[in-house]
Design a protein around this ligand. Structure first.
Ligand SMILES: Cc1cc2nc3c(=O)[nH]c(=O)nc-3n(C[C@H](O)[C@H](O)[C@H](O)COP(=O)(O)OP(=O)(O)OC[C@H]3O[C@@H](n4cnc5c(N)ncnc54)[C@H](O)[C@@H]3O)c2cc1C
Length: 435
């Protein structure tokens, strides 16, 4: 996945504009439109050309997504299939596997989830214990996954399973593309404190995955998983693009909606306010003014801290993207940026709730409940601020917790010694466990 030069990018964008003029039709269904977009290589331009992409870099890919939006067409599908599964399969899969899985992803026909974390394996992902045992041309899978984002909406899962417990933990894991719609896979949605259902627990009981759905070699899944995790950490192509109000896959039914209706429902580029960029603290500055707290020195200090942190996180993100576009990395910058974003979210949570006072505890779990709160107590409750405060815990956990980011910075950037008690060479079956 290389970066294109400015001239080459302009040529690609010209080609895209012509293509959009000839191809976009608001009367198409979402499925039919995504079919065209995906098969033309515009859904995930970061993928290589021989894997239904355009071999572009991050900045160029973002320019493609913005051009689609500027044209007034429905944006490309999104989700873990596009962000993680497709680039992983493009990197480690055989040409047959690329042809089998990637078209369904770039066209949004199938949705994917990530079956990595387990109740006993999160930060220490290599300690996972879901087992896959060979049975002829298939593997039989038993175990439990948790935190599975979109598990209840997924057609396929990126499964990590232990295929050899007698070697050190990183060396006995295999990466599979498993069918989620089979009797051996039970998905139990979890309701979070925000009121939404983002994750599920997934129970695998004699679930079957065929050997031709194995991505990479047997027992070499840690290497494949690291590709997936790298794309997760770098948020492949996601940052900066508006997400389409339609979800991929067979479960939601969104593919049969009229594409034009969804574009009409979203604020288009014309509706985007022009002029100077707003402060990352703008909404809380306005809330402080509404609550008559703009003169409170503690509130003012927190607002300034939030502005500075938000700006630092933004420019660090830009720096990271620029470095990637130039083909290199700034050591530790992704960890540092993630930590700053987590700090900004926590500060936003604390300040928002301080401004709302007791009304900050009023929260609706559904759209109707939230609308009811706003109309019953106008100007008192703010379901948006409370909702953001409740969701602020997510970022400091997923994609590597804050503590893990600090470990990375300590060991890989500052050169501090590794944690004591290294068990990486002990066979998985001999690792000490809780009783
Ligand atoms: C919003 C969200 C979406 C997610 N989506 C998915 C998904 O789709 N698929 C999936 O597989 N997983 C998903 N996850 C799971 C996520 O990857 C894990 O929650 C994360 O890796 C942490 O693992 P854990 O929850 O088991 O915590 P643990 O690893 O048990 O950690 C518990 C605490 O101990 C600390 N800790 C652990 N090890 C160390 C150490 N070595 N040094 C210092 N402190 C340490 C941690 O920082 C944490 O505070 C998601 C999580 C969230 C919040």
């Amino acid at each position: 996945m290389t970066d294109t030069t400015t001239g080459a990018l302009e040529a690609e964008l010209d080609e895209l504009r012509d293509w959009l003029r000839d191809t976009w039709d608001p009367d198409l269904t979402v499925g039919a439109w995504w079919e065209r977009l995906g098969m033309a290589g515009w859904a995930q331009p970061l993928l290589p050309r021989d894997a239904y992409g355009r071999g572009m870099g991050h900045a160029e890919s973002l320019a493609v997504h913005r051009e689609i939006e500027r044209h007034g067409a429905l944006g490309a599908p999104t989700g873990l299939g596009l962000l993680l599964a497709a680039p992983t399969i493009a990197t480690h899969g055989t040409p047959d596997q690329v042809a089998r899985y990637v078209p369904d992803i770039v066209t949004g026909r199938r949705a994917w989830c990530q079956l990595f974390s387990e109740p006993g394996a999160g930060s220490d992902l290599a300690g996972l214990s879901t087992r896959a045992v060979r049975d002829g041309d298939s593997w039989i899978v038993n175990g439990q996954k948790v935190w599975t984002s979109g598990g209840h909406l997924a057609d396929l899962g990126m499964l990590l399973a232990r295929t050899n417990p007698d070697v050190p933990k990183h060396r006995g894991i295999t990466w599979f593309a498993i069918d989620m719609r089979q009797p051996g896979v039970e998905v139990r949605p979890l309701r979070e404190m925000t009121g939404s259902t983002m994750f599920s627990e997934v129970f695998l009981t004699d679930a079957v995955v065929t050997d031709d759905a194995r991505i990479g070699d047997v027992d070499d899944g840690w290497r494949v998983a690291n590709t997936t995790l790298t794309f997760e950490r770098t948020g492949m192509g996601g940052g900066g693009r508006s997400l389409p109000p339609a979800r991929p896959g067979t479960v939601t039914g969104d593919l049969s909606l009229r594409a034009g209706d969804l574009v009409a429902a979203r604020p288009g580029p014309a509706a985007t306010p022009s002029g100077p960029r707003q402060s990352p603290a703008a909404d809380l500055i306005a809330l402080a003014a509404r609550r008559g707290r703009s003169g409170d020195p503690v509130v003012r200090q927190a607002l300034v801290r939030l502005h500075v942190l938000g700006e630092l996180a933004r420019v660090s993100g830009l720096r990271q993207r620029a470095a990637r576009a130039a083909g290199h990395d700034v050591p530790g910058l992704p960890s540092f940026t993630k930590l700053m974003m987590g700090d900004a979210l926590r500060l936003r949570r604390d300040l928002g709730l301080r401004l709302l006072g007791p009304a900050g505890t009023l929260h609706g779990y559904t759209d109707e409940e939230r609308a009811g709160l706003t109309s019953a107590a106008p100007g008192v409750a703010s379901p948006i601020v409370t909702g953001q405060a409740l969701a602020a815990q997510a970022l400091p956990i997923f994609g590597g917790t804050d503590q893990i980011q600090r470990n990375i910075l300590a060991e890989r950037v500052l050169g501090l010694p590794k944690e004591p008690g290294d068990l990486s060479q002990v066979p998985f079956s001999q690792l000490p466990r809780n009783a």
